[in-house]
Ligand binder design. Structure first.
Ligand SMILES: [Zn+2]
Length: 319
């Protein structure tokens, strides 16, 4: 798919499997001067809407005649999940989490094929001077603290050092050293030498327009770092990147929380109670460490191994 200099184009990535044809929408803006590539990915989870709205707004604001390089916006990464307002691909297809399936497989299940097609677009356009931003939110089931994060891997590599600068340029106060989870887009990109960061905003099952503005301001500032915006130098968030600890549910049932975002906790503090279908307590979930709550589950109905909370660990990761 070629886009002319100083122009924009809307198109679809096509994924076929049997009688199913999945169309993944892409907006591509090519500035009037050569430069780096910035890939912005929204909607790898189908119940997160802030990033998609951010890209719609950004597209309206971008003037190809005023930028250098290429900006590729994937507005709905997993259309199958988005149609069902679901975080993951519906079970009817394969029930997989697209955000854990990179680099994908062209001969695999439908979600693996979607991952493969998105990854191919990225590797066709990106190398060590480019940047991939994977934009998320708490979705329907969670309330997250806003974070800009880099993967806790290859910390002295050129691609991670560039990612650290990009995370700071998102202008989000909380900086996160994310676990190097296999199959995530950012970990896969870092493994292939491509700078990449992941971001979160609150979520809670709706679009908070203030969060859309936060993402928009951050991306526009990052464009000064990547050279897409030729005017001015980027601002940055100072401070340390922190690791987090994830608390998973051992039981299915109903969760009632005793904490909220940004609340400090000590090891052993009550995070939430899980009750059964008779309202009887079946588990008190205690904090495994001291820290600060960075995400809680807002959907009270919880299944085994689902995330209940994320806790920021106070020892600084990298600064
Ligand atoms: Zn997500």
């Amino acid at each position: 798919m070629t886009t002319e200099l100083g122009n924009r184009k809307n198109y679809f990535l096509e994924v076929e499997m049997g009688k199913n044809q999945i169309l993944i929408p892409v907006i591509e803006v090519l500035g009037d001067k050569p430069g780096n590539t910035l890939v912005l990915v929204a909607g790898l989870h189908g119940d997160e809407y802030e990033a998609t709205q951010t890209l719609f707004k950004l597209n309206l604001e971008l003037d190809p005649k005023n930028i250098s390089g290429r900006i590729i916006m994937i507005t709905v990464g997993n259309p199958l999940a988005q149609q069902e307002q679901s975080r993951i691909t519906p079970k009817l297809y394969d029930g997989k989490n697209l955000a854990r399936e990179f680099p994908g497989d062209s001969e695999g299940s439908i979600t693996q094929r979607i991952a493969n097609e998105i990854w191919k677009l990225i590797t066709d356009n990106c190398s060590k001077n480019d940047l991939v931003i994977d934009l998320h939110s708490g979705g329907k089931d969670y309330s997250y603290v806003h974070t800009a994060g880099v993967r806790d891997m290859l910390l002295n590599s050129e691609q991670t050092l560039k990612s650290i600068e990009a995370a700071r340029a998102m202008l989000i106060p909380q900086l996160c050293l994310m676990e190097p989870v296999s199959g995530t887009l950012s970990a896969t990109a870092i493994n292939h030498g491509i700078p990449s960061i992941g971001c979160e905003v609150e979520g809670k099952g709706s679009v908070n327009w203030k969060d859309v503005e936060i993402y928009l301001a951050g991306i526009k500032n990052v464009m000064k770092l990547t050279g897409h915006d030729r005017n001015g130098s980027p601002l940055k968030t100072e401070g340390d990147f922190y690791r987090t600890s994830t608390i998973l549910s051992k039981n299915s049932g109903f969760a009632t929380f005793n904490v909220d975002r940004f609340i400090p906790v000590n090891r052993g503090d009550l995070i939430c109670e899980i009750s059964d279908s008779f309202g009887e307590n079946i588990e008190n979930v205690l904090s495994p460490c001291s820290g600060e709550i960075w995400a809680i589950r807002t959907n009270p109905s919880v299944g085994v191994n689902e995330i209940l909370a994320l806790i920021k660990i106070p020892d600084r990761g990298i600064g």
